[in-house]
Design a protein around this ligand. Structure first.
Ligand SMILES: Cc1ncc(C[n+]2csc(CCOP(=O)(O)OP(=O)(O)O)c2C)c(N)n1
Ligand SMILES: [Mg+2]
Length: 413
């Protein structure tokens, strides 16, 4: 018998969170990358190799003095920026109201976009109205941009009689056909390959309709991410593929998901231009997304983007982050707060002031409260009324299969 060898010490270094509860979250101050550091390549000519520095660096427009600098300053009107600020504030206030509803038993579960409000809002504002949105649960803000009514959004979260998906989805897993906002899936990551598939169909039909999609740092470990990149690499469809690196996948730090390189750099191996952008900088997000959309219009196909941000709140209403990270980590985050940064930029450039800010906050507060009351008229989780049980059987099959029909008759509905 051969002698059994002793186990070899594992050569693997497993990434972990830099700070744990009780630690000082010290990220070393502000970002050292500056807005002037990276050029803006011509979108109509850019190849993957022209973005090597953009994939390892960080595209920023707003500097630490709330000024817009560098080649990536976007062409966007002040009015549009103020609208963007309003959407972000609405999302934050809306989220807070929904969390209160969850805590008082009026809806079952909730997920906030706190700290990441700029992502879906700036990026959707940079698109065309015909473009298709394939979101994760952290991009409901895109619906504000596309004009969805808050009452309808709240009715969905409650799952009441006016829920447009009749309780067939978890709260926050919105779907909204008029806004081309595709159904959010609970198994994470499926939207990536769907977006690439629809983009391929769009190109095949000769339509000028792009797709945008997002998934998280943790979700990029799913096969769906790589299937999507592989097809995007091969067929060059009109799609914008975003990895939202918000540092956390529930309690697992992003260090465990990368293996050393940035998320953006992975796109280079697929020969897709790849850019890492400051996700709390509204102007930079808008600019990079518009650049990606211009590439699509020029017939060059996909762009891969890492949106570098921080999940300021809990993962969901079921999560308690104090178990795995310092409470003040968000306050120490070098990227700051996206709402504050855009507000401060508008003030510094002479287009906004504190009084206008307070008035806007009050207006949104009132709108959200009114929408909440109007939605509860159609029922809430604590006190009903509830949708009839018969809705279990409707709107799924065009022709109801015999066994479903039998179950319906058994239930007497
Ligand atoms: C296929 C699949 N695996 C696991 C889960 C459970 N789950 C839901 S969200 C999540 C973390 C995702 O983190 P990340 O992709 O970073 O997105 P974030 O929540 O940070 O926006 C996990 C593990 C799931 N819903 N689907
Ligand atoms: Mg994450």
């Amino acid at each position: 018998m051969t002698e059994r060898k002793t186990a070899v010490t594992s050569p693997y270094i497993i990434g972990t969170a830099p700070f744990r509860p009780g630690d000082d979250a010290d990220f070393g101050g502000k970002f050292h990358e500056q807005p002037e550091d990276l050029n803006r390549p011509d979108p109509a000519k850019c190849a993957a190799e022209d973005t090597v520095k953009h994939a390892s660096g960080l595209v920023r427009v707003l500097n630490d003095k709330d000024e817009a600098k560098g080649e990536w300053i976007p062409e966007i009107s002040v009015e549009k920026l103020i609208t963007g600020l309003e959407y972000m504030m609405r999302l934050r206030i809306f989220d807070d109201r929904m969390m209160k509803m969850q805590r008082t038993g009026k809806l079952s579960f909730y997920m906030r976009s706190f700290g990441e409000e700029a992502v879906a809002i700036a990026q959707t504002m940079a698109l065309e109205d015909e473009d298709w949105i394939f979101p994760s649960y952290r991009q409901p803000g895109a619906q504000f941009v596309r004009g969805r009514d808050m009452v309808s959004m709240i009715c969905h979260c409650i799952g009441n009689t006016e829920d447009n998906v009749r309780g067939r989805q978890m709260p926050v897993h919105y779907t909204w056909k008029p806004g081309r906002f595709i159904s959010i899936s609970s198994p994470v990551g499926t939207q990536f390959s769907q977006a690439v598939g629809v983009a391929m169909a769009s190109a095949y039909k000769g339509l000028d309709e792009a797709c945008i999609t997002w998934l998280g740092d943790g979700t990029s470990a799913q096969g769906d991410y790589h299937y999507a990149l592989n097809f995007a690499s091969t067929f060059k469809p009109p799609v914008i593929l975003n990895v939202v690196n918000n540092q956390w996948a529930i309690s697992t730090h992003q260090n465990l998901a990368t293996g050393g390189r940035t998320f953006a750099e992975r796109g280079l191996a697929y020969d897709i231009p790849s850019i890492r952008v400051d996700g709390n900088d509204f102007l930079a997000l808008y600019s990079v997304t518009r650049w990606a959309r211009d590439r699509i219009s020029a017939g060059l196909g996909p762009t891969h983007i890492e949106v570098y941000t921080y999940r300021a709140g809990a993962h969901s209403s079921s999560d308690d982050p104090s178990a795995y990270r310092p409470d003040d980590e968000f306050k120490c985050w070098p990227g700051g707060d996206p709402v504050e940064r855009l507000k401060n930029y508008l003030i510094k450039s002479g287009n906004w002031d504190d009084k206008k800010q307070q008035q806007l906050e009050k207006k949104i507060d009132d709108e959200v409260m009114a929408a909440y009351k109007a939605a509860c008229e159609f029922g809430d989780l604590a006190s009903g009324p509830y949708p009839p049980a018969s809705t279990i059987f409707t709107e799924v099959y065009e022709t109801v299969p015999w066994h479903v029909q039998e179950q319906r008759e058994e239930l007497g509905k």
